[in-house]
Structures are given as structure tokens and as C-alpha cells.
Design a protein around this ligand. Structure first.
Ligand SMILES: Nc1ncnc2c1ncn2[C@@H]1O[C@H](COP(=O)(O)OP(=O)(O)O)[C@@H](O)[C@H]1O
Ligand SMILES: [Mg+2]
Length: 242
């Protein structure tokens, strides 16, 4: 579903060059709920942005659902981003002046879908994420957990096979975080979708099936969670991280 082949990405900052990814090889091929774990600055967000087609690698290939993003022109990449992959962020990135329903509908409006199709799809998604009675609320009238569920609904409008989540519980309290991790796992199962969550927390990653470890812009290895508790996940992670 998601393959990175020898992916390099640097950022220029004034006279300095920061090597965010330094030759990452990584493949997540089956449906399920997976974590990419690494400390702050290890390149996790960069990796997710490349997978979502929000940015391009300097070198190497990013392949999503069999499609090589490096072969796509800008127009094709825009459509890929909108239709083929979903992404959610720590800060939700909802439009503050739009209602929950209008936020969810936005990608479909940009894609010129018929209004009847949009109405039905939005209603379906709000219902399945327990947001039906929040449809007309603006983001500032919603809890953090509700806002993140709206963002997830928006990411699922076109039923992507790959859902990416960048520290999705970074702005939530622990009860809402737990609920969100469970939801992401359920969505992966229910829709046979590959959900990739980036996190630096063992508590988050231990909800996933397998953990891929990133350190200093390099893929360090992976391990199966298989019922490991937080402490054991943290230990395995530290062993791979160094
Ligand atoms: N747009 C950018 N401009 C300059 N440096 C960046 C930019 N984005 C990320 N970086 C740098 O690249 C490295 C990896 O960042 P990032 O992928 O955000 O890591 P993580 O998400 O694991 O914290 C960091 O050193 C960060 O400061
Ligand atoms: Mg990040």
C-alpha cells in the first residue's frame, strides 16, 4: 500500500541544510493500523507529507496503492491528494467558518461531485463517526475529540485505501486519545484500510499492530506489538532507536 524506496529529503534553512530523510526504505503492504515511531525531529512528518503527495522527495520513489508519485505531474498529484489518500493532523486543520458537515463536504465540493452525492456521503460519514448531532456546529463549538473525528470524516470522503495521521492525539486529553486510537483501529478493520499513524509516544503506538521505527531520518526496523504493554513497546523502541 505504501512503499518508500531510498527516499531522501532535505530542507534549506538560511545557509544550513537539514537532512530530514536520509535514504528511507520502508514498505507497509497490508491493511491494518500501523505506527511510525521516532523522536521529535526524526523525519516522521516529512515522511507522511511525502506519502500524502503534499511534497516531493529530492531522490527516491514513493509508491502509494501501486502509483508512483514521482511520475505524477502537479495536476495529477493534486487529484491523488484529494481522492486517493486521507491525512489528518495534530491541529485538525478544519476551516473555522464552516460547519462540521461543510468541512467534511469540502473535498467533494472541490471535486465537483453532485450535491445529492455529497449530502448522502457526508451524512453517512458523520453517522459512522458519531457526529450526526454535531453536523451544524462550527469547529469552535466542538470538543477536540469531535474536531478530530470531523477531520477524519473529511479524510474519508473518497474512501481512500490509505489514511495517514500525524500525531493525531497531540492536542487531546488521555481519555479522548484512547478513544481516537480505538477508532483508527476500528476504521482500518471495517474498511480494510491501511492506517499509518506517526507518533513519538509508546502509549499511542501500542494500539497499533506493528511499529516502524525512524531515527535521524533513517528507518531502523520494525516489530509486532502483539499485546505488548506500553513499557515493553518503549523498551523495544529504544533498542531499535539507537
Ligand atoms: N519546512 C521545513 N524547513 C526547514 N526544516 C524543516 C522543515 N520541515 C522539517 N524540517 C526539519 O527536518 C527535520 C525533520 O522534521 P520532521 O519531519 O518534522 O520531524 P518529526 O515530525 O519527526 O518531528 C527536523 O530537523 C526539522 O526541523
Ligand atoms: Mg512531526
Amino acid at each position: 500500500m505504501l512503499q518508500l524506496h531510498a527516499v531522501f529529503k532535505s530542507y534549506r534553512q538560511g545557509r544550513q541544510t537539514i537532512d530530514a530523510l536520509r535514504g528511507v526504505d520502508l514498505a507497509i503492504d497490508e491493511p491494518g493500523f500501523f505506527a511510525v515511531m521516532g523522536p521529535s525531529g526524526s523525519g516522521k512528518s516529512t515522511l507522511l507529507h511525502l506519502a500524502a503527495g503534499l511534497d516531493r522527495p529530492d531522490r527516491g520513489r514513493v509508491v502509494v496503492d501501486g502509483q508512483d508519485l514521482s511520475n505524477m505531474g502537479d495536476g495529477q498529484l493534486t487529484l491523488f491528494r484529494r481522492r486517493r489518500v486521507g491525512i489528518v493532523f495534530q491541529k485538525f486543520n478544519l476551516i473555522p467558518t464552516l460547519s462540521a458537515a461543510q468541512n467534511v463536504a469540502l473535498p467533494a465540493r472541490l471535486d465537483h461531485r453532485p450535491s445529492s452525492w455529497i449530502r448522502q456521503r457526508v451524512a453517512e460519514l458523520l453517522e459512522s463517526l458519531g457526529l450526526t448531532d454535531r453536523a451544524e456546529h462550527r469547529p469552535d463549538a466542538l470538543s477536540g475529540g469531535e474536531q478530530q473525528r470531523v477531520a477524519i470524516a473529511r479524510a474519508l470522503v473518497f474512501s481512500p485505501k490509505l489514511l495517514l495521521a500525524d500525531e493525531p492525539t497531540g492536542s487531546l486529553d488521555s481519555a479522548n486519545s484512547d478513544r481516537l486510537w480505538t477508532l483508527l483501529g476500528d476504521l482500518a478493520k471495517r474498511h480494510a484500510m491501511t492506517v499509518v499513524m506517526v507518533t513519538h509516544e509508546a502509549a499511542a503506538a501500542s494500539h497499533c499492530e506493528r511499529i516502524y521505527v525512524l531515527g535521524d531520518g533513517v528507518f531502523r526496523g520494525s516489530f509486532d506489538v502483539n499485546g505488548l504493554d506500553h513499557a515493553s513497546v518503549a523498551t523495544r523502541y529504544q533498542q531499535l532507536g539507537r
